[in-house]
Design a protein around this ligand. Structure first.
Ligand code: PMP
Length: 474
C-alpha cells in the first residue's frame, strides 16, 4: 500500500506538471490528417453509426451515459471478455472504462462462473436472502468501520441516503463538498460539478433554496475550508469527500487536506462522509480510508461492490446506520430515515458483489494493479518526454489519469472559448484513441483491471505514439 508521503509527492508532481501544461497553447490535431486516419475506422463502425441514428429517436442525444459518448457517434458494444470489448460488428477494443471503474477483474471473469451457474438453475428470489448477509459480513471484514450497512442500487442513491441520514441525525441541513466533485446527480451535491467554478450550471430543476444547502470549498484550500466550517459549523450536517480527489483524482487532493477535513469535522461535531463509490475495493481492500488512514462516520460504496451490476451502499457504525429504521419510536423522534427500494440488495447484484469480494480475498490484486499502473504511467511519461511534449500521466492505485489538455483550476465565463477549445481537443484525442481500438472514460481516465496485460500496455503506448506523431509541433 502506498504511504501518505508518496501520495503527497504524487499530488505535488501532478500540480507542477499541470501548471507547465497550462502554459502551453492547446494543440489541435489537423483535420485533414485525421480524416485520412479515420477512413478505415468509419468503414468498420458503420453499424454503430446507424444504431446511433436510431438511438437519437429514443434517447436524449442518442445516449444513456454522458462520459462514454465519443463524437461523432459512440460504439455500440455487444460483449466483453477480459480487458476487451466487442462492438456489434465484431471489432475489438481494449477497454479502460471498465464499466466506469466497476470491473476490477475485467469482463467475463472466471470469478463469476459460480454465480452464473447458480442463477441458471436457482432463478431469482428477491428478499431476505443469505447472500446479502454474507456480503455485509465480508464488507465489514474488509472495512471494519462499516459495522452496519444499508444497500441501494446506484452511487447517486446511496449519497442521497447518507446525506439525508446525516441531516436527520444532526438536525442540520447544510452539506459541504469539494468544488468539482461529482457525488451523483441528485441534489444538492450536483452543485459545482466537474469543473470547479461552474456553480449552478447543472442545477436546472433544483429549487434555489435547496441548491443553497450545498457549500463548496476548493480542493486543498485550507483557509477556505476553515472559514466555511467555522462560520456555519452549527448548521453543517456533513462534509462529503471523494479521494484521491474530485473526478477520481483529476483534481487531486493532498492527504493533509483530507485529514484536516476530518479533524475539523470532529471538532465541530460535523459528520465526515467518505464517498468511496470509485475507491471502495478498487484502491485497496479497505478502500481509500485504509490507504489514507481515515475514520469516516459514513462510507458510501458502489461500482466494484456489485461486481459491475447495480449495487451501492451506505455503511458505518451501527449507531448511525440504525437510523435507517422502520422503528416507530425513532420515526416519531424525527430521526428514523425512510429509505428503501424494490431492487435494493437484489440477489443478482449481491451474489456478484460477494463473488467479487471473495476473489479479492483470494487474489489480493492490489500490489499487482499498482505495479501495472506505475508501469503504464512511467512508459507514457517517458514517451511524452522523449517526444518533447509536457503531457503527463499519473495514478492512484489502478486509477490512471492521462492529461494532454490541462484544465485551469477554476472555470470562468470570461474564458469560455478557452474551455471549449480544451474540451474539443480532449474529444479529438479520445476519438483518435478509439479509432486505434482504445476506450477510455472522458478521454482522460483509465481504469485498470487484473485482466490488462503487458500486450495491452504496448497497444496503448503505440496508439499514443501515433497520436503524438500527428500533433503539429509548430
Ligand atoms: N460518487 C462518485 C465519486 C462517483 O464517481 C459517482 C459516479 N461515477 C457517483 C458517486 C454516482 O454513482 P452512480 O453513477 O452509480 O449513481
Amino acid at each position: 500500500m502506498r504511504t501518505l508521503n508518496s501520495i503527497n509527492q504524487n499530488v505535488e508532481d501532478a500540480y507542477v506538471k499541470r501548471e507547465a501544461l497550462l502554459k502551453m497553447p492547446i494543440l489541435v490535431l489537423p483535420e485533414q490528417k485525421l480524416a485520412n486516419q479515420y477512413v478505415g475506422y468509419f468503414e468498420r463502425t458503420g453499424e454503430s453509426k446507424s444504431l446511433f441514428e436510431k438511438a437519437k429517436r429514443y434517447f436524449p442525444d442518442g445516449i444513456q451515459h454522458h462520459n462514454t459518448y465519443v463524437s461523432p457517434y459512440p460504439i455500440f458494444i455487444k460483449g466483453g471478455c477480459v480487458s476487451k470489448v466487442f462492438d456489434v460488428e465484431g471489432n475489438t477494443y481494449l477497454d479502460f472504462t471498465m464499466g466506469a471503474g466497476a470491473q476490477l477483474f475485467g469482463y467475463a471473469s472466471e470469478h463469476y462462473e459460480q454465480v452464473w451457474q447458480t442463477l441458471a438453475t436457482d432463478r431469482f428470489s428477491l428478499f431476505h436472502h443469505p447472500e446479502e448477509l454474507e456480503l455485509a459480513e465480508k464488507v465489514n471484514a474488509f472495512m471494519p468501520l462499516v459495522e452496519s450497512i444499508k444497500f441501494f442500487q446506484s452511487g447517486t442513491e446511496a449519497v442521497k441516503a447518507a446525506i439525508r441520514l446525516a441531516r436527520a441525525y444532526q438536525k442540520r441541513d447544510l452539506v459541504v463538498k469539494i468544488s468539482g466533485s461529482y457525488h451523483g446527480w441528485m441534489s444538492p451535491t450536483i452543485r459545482d460539478i466537474r469543473q470547479p467554478g461552474v456553480g449552478d450550471l447543472y442545477m436546472s430543476g433544483v429549487p434555489k433554496a435547496e441548491a443553497n444547502l450545498c457549500l463548496t470549498v476548493p480542493a486543498n484550500d485550507l483557509s477556505a475550508l476553515q472559514k466555511t466550517i467555522r462560520k456555519r459549523s452549527r448548521k453543517i450536517a456533513a462534509v462529503i469527500v471523494e479521494l484521491p480527489g474530485p473526478e477520481s483524482g483529476r483534481i487531486p487532493i493532498y492527504p493533509d487536506f483530507v485529514h484536516e477535513i476530518q479533524r475539523l469535522c470532529r471538532k465541530h461535531k460535523i459528520l465526515f462522509i467518505l464517498d468511496e463509490v470509485v475507491t471502495g475495493f478498487r484502491l485497496a481492500k479497505g478502500g481509500a480510508q485504509a490507504v489514507y488512514d481515515l475514520q469516516p462516520d459514513l462510507t458510501i460504496l458502489g461500482k466494484v461492490l456489485g461486481g459491475g451490476t447495480s449495487l451501492s451502499a451506505v455503511g458505518g457504525p451501527r449507531d448511525f446506520i440504525q437510523y435507517f429504521s422502520r422503528n416507530v419510536t425513532q420515526t416519531i423522534r424525527g430521526r428514523a430515515v425512510f429509505v428503501g427500494g424494490t431492487m435494493a440488495a437484489n440477489r443478482v447484484s449481491t451474489m456478484m458483489g460477494l463473488a467479487t469480494l471473495q476473489a479479492i480475498e483470494e487474489n489480493d490484486p492490489y500490489n499487482t494493479l499498482d505495479q501495472k499502473a506505475q508501469k503504464m504511467v512511467d512508459r507514457l511519461n517517458s514517451l511524452f518526454d522523449s517526444a518533447g511534449f509536457p503531457f503527463f500521466a499519473y495514478h492512484f492505485g489502478s486509477i490512471v489519469q492521462i492529461e494532454l489538455v490541462a484544465w485551469p483550476s477554476k472555470f470562468s465565463w470570461s474564458r469560455i472559448f478557452d474551455f471549449q477549445k480544451r474540451l474539443s481537443s480532449v474529444h479529438q484525442y479520445q476519438l483518435f484513441l478509439q479509432s486505434q481500438g482504445i476506450l477510455s472514460l472522458s478521454g482522460t481516465r483509465f481504469f485498470l483491471s487484473t485482466a490488462h496485460t503487458d500486450e495491452d500496455l504496448n497497444h496503448l503506448i503505440n496508439a499514443y505514439r501515433k497520436l503524438l506523431e500527428l500533433i503539429p509541433t509548430k
